[in-house]
Design a protein around this ligand. Sequence first.
Ligand code: AMP
Length: 407
Amino acid sequence: MNVLVINAGSSSLKYQLYDMKTENVLAKGRVERIGMESSILTHEVEGQPEVREVSEILEHTTAVRKVLDMLTHRRFGVLRNIDEVQAVGHRIVHGGETFSESVLIDADVKLEVRKLFDLAPLHNPAHMMGILAVEANLPDVPQAVVFDTAFHQTMPKTSYLYAIPMVLYRKHQIRRYGFHGTSHDYVSKRASEYLEKPLEKLKIVSCHIGNGASCTAILGGKSFDTSMGMTPLEGLMMGTRSGDLDPAIVPYAMNKEELTLSEVNSMLNKHSGLIAISGISSDMREVVQAMNEGSEPAKTAFEMYVYRIRKYVGAYAAAMNGIDVLLFTAGVGENSDVLRKAVCEGLTFLGIELDEARNGVRSGDPRRISTENSRVEVLVVPTNEELLIARDTYRLVMTAKEAAFDE
Ligand code: AMP
């Protein structure tokens, strides 16, 4: 079965086509600048040069049609016919309290996802446009949705409630939801396979450190606590997001600087974090380079970023009364040996011992970077959210088929 994985944003749409027999990616790409002048479709097939097509793509339905045209293109395509797309899986950022696992899409699911627009106004409406666009182009193909929040629905109340009036939770569902769930789920399972130890027996702190970043305490395979909150703004310092701060700063800064709600939102989400402190970039590579060239602000930004990760690792080790595995994933976590070294250096009291030679090795596979004597296994596990979406979609479609066959 071929599964097309879609990640739709408001002006972009990323795709990967999987052959589920081999779990190989047949093709992948993205459409950018949807609704703007000169939209760009970039299409990649392994072993072939990248294809770029510039055209006018005004909305998501046309974007999906262009993707399907490319997948079946005489020269650049990998399918003979669009019938060979047998299922579609979508990434959805917010599943609220409604969705604790992936589901096949039907009218009820669409209704529930719409009800959650308020909780993720920048993301969920865009995902819905992706769903409707696929429906318009492939009306008979089953679609599934996989939620970034679903993995965290196992958190206990003590982790997910904020200590504010309960009416805000009851009336407006204000609570911690957590994000990057697909990634934390995937990498923790990979870690257990790699270590050949059952997930149920492990206390894992998973650090997904990319442009967005979050730490999750995973107890016996289940999310126990996570650093992102009701929105992806809470927790670690990120590329452009502030992470944790005293909430009283918000009204204070708004008053002093005469900021509107949308300005303060944009300040905390887009103009904070690494970019704000370094004054150079939100990209860790550039911050590290500037630090190595002697920039003081870059050094401060790097040290703050590392310090906050370390604080969360310590907090989660305490929350779970122990830690067996510390794992790093995503763009920065997988690629920056400098960052991993700096985080681990301050965690020797937990029994963490980094092997510098192992830490310097690059590989696309899970690997141990701690010494043989380290009490905690420190791993780098490359994440693959698209593969998990494809697997969930495949499983749901096959289960539905079997159920229909039994009837
Ligand atoms: P992600 O959000 O997981 O795609 O991660 C993107 C981020 O990974 C970028 O903003 C880069 O800062 C970071 N990144 C990628 N490669 C490296 C590297 N070699 N060293 C440090 N950071 C990196």
